[in-house]
Design a protein around this ligand. Sequence first.
Ligand SMILES: [Zn+2]
Length: 142
Amino acid sequence: MFSDEDNVIDIRDKRDPNSDIQDRLNFIEEPLPPDAKRCLHSKTIVNEYDRTLICRLCGATLDPFDYLLSIAKNETRLDWNLRTIRSEIRDHREGLEKLNREEQNTRGRIKNALFKLADVNQALLDAGEALIKVKGYHGLSR
Ligand SMILES: [Zn+2]
């Protein structure tokens, strides 16, 4: 005797261990064809009489609330991006001020070092002159 299950052919791809997942889903989004371009519906026609919103690029009828929501989400994202950019600008300004202070400090240290070097050079010259006066000639004594 044959049962109904004997007449069912399993067409799932046996090589894909996840092929049963889609069988469990109630809604499956149909994939777009590989060459299809996804329209952003950036240009619309607002029909006051019909109270409709239609994309001028692809002709799709848009849900007005969804369209407004997408605009609001974009504005929210812009707000977040601006806050992030302003924070980065503030951080960079603080870093720049710190670098300017370090540059001023370094210039001051270089200036002090040059003064000390001039003092050491002058002391060397003075010592050389004193040595010449003591020995009475230029050169090494033997
Ligand atoms: Zn469109």
